[in-house]
Design a protein around this ligand. Structure first.
Ligand code: PMP
Length: 295
């Protein structure tokens, strides 16, 4: 349906209490009259897992959701890349916090999209947030749930107010967790480090893609608890995420990272990632769902 008509009640439970789960997927313009959805199945599987964690009754299975994403791409013929936002939210049923008997509505929207961070910036300036990442004692950081993003927004607004491009969260124990909408990687002495899933991160699909690409390229990738100091002293630092792609961080809390410019490991991973999502690597073809517009 047209964007303007896709509306819901102001008393929607998900709007009032953050009871929603969502995804962010990208469809890249890989040829004239063709877009390629990147890792559609993996996103839809995570979507369903998020709903399950919140005991939200998702009425569609992975294949139906994957097909719906394809249909949304097909229904929009604008040129360029898309950002696709599937959301399942608790609809209007009343004001009780026990939403398990309320309806769950699903919508999928698409936006034209080029880049998340200012493309004129060759490297990002980040800070460690004064906010801790929503913890596993008080929530479900592993679920991509609407309510978790209040925590992200607090950190993002704080970072922007203080003149930074992005914030990095620590978890409740003080270990590095993730960005407000990205996972974090540090390169130290040739090794690529990233926090494990139990450190209040979202299990990023780009994180998985980057790890796979890096391993294939011969780098050693290791999941391990990372401290704030390890970020300050690392050689290279970067974010990974569907919206952000692979994005170098060149300054953290006023400390220059590496040379102050994108490092060589980050550059090689970023370029390979871009080649993969743009359909230029045959080894990664099964991550792509190519959708052709009829002539
Ligand atoms: N962490 C958070 C909090 C996010 O919102 C995202 C974006 N979905 C990520 C990490 C990266 O996940 P992905 O690579 O699947 O986009």
């Amino acid at each position: 349906m047209p964007f303007e008509r896709a509306s819901c009640s102001v008393l929607t439970h998900g709007l009032n209490y953050g009871t929603s789960v969502f995804e962010g997927i990208r469809a890249y313009e890989t040829r004239l009259d063709e877009k390629s959805i990147f890792r559609n199945r993996d996103h839809m599987e995570r979507f369903i897992r998020s709903a399950k964690m919140l005991r939200m009754n998702m009425r569609y299975d992975t294949s139906e959701l994957e097909e719906a994403v394809k249909q949304v791409v097909l229904a929009n013929r604008e040129s360029g890349d898309f950002y696709i936002r599937p959301i399942a939210y608790v609809g209007f049923g009343g004001i009780s916090l026990d939403y398990t008997n309320y309806p769950v509505d699903v919508a999928i929207g698409a936006l034209s999209f080029s880049s998340y961070f200012d493309p004129s910036k060759k490297g990002l300036r980040a800070c460690i947030s004064s906010w801790r990442r929503v913890s596993q004692d008080s929530g479900l950081p592993l679920a991509k749930a609407g309510g978790n993003y209040l925590n992200s927004s607090l950190a993002k607004v704080e970072a922007s107010t203080n003149g930074y491009d992005e914030a990095i969260f620590l978890d409740q124990q003080g270990y590095v967790s993730e960005g407000t909408g990205e996972n974090v990687f540090a390169v130290y002495r040739g090794e690529i480090l990233t926090p494990p899933v139990h450190q209040s991160i979202l299990e990023g699909i780009t994180r998985d893609t980057v790890s796979a690409i890096a391993t294939r390229m011969g780098y050693r990738v290791r999941e391990k608890p990372v401290t704030r100091g390890e970020l300050y002293r690392c050689d290279e630092l970067f974010f990974s995420g569907t919206a952000a792609g692979v994005a170098p961080v060149v300054e953290l809390d006023g400390r220059v990272i590496g040379t102050g410019e994108e490092g060589s490991v980050t550059r090689s991973l970023r370029e390979e990632y871009e080649a993969v999502v743009r359909g230029k690597r045959s080894y990664a073809e099964n991550w792509l769902t190519r959708v052709s517009y009829p002539k």
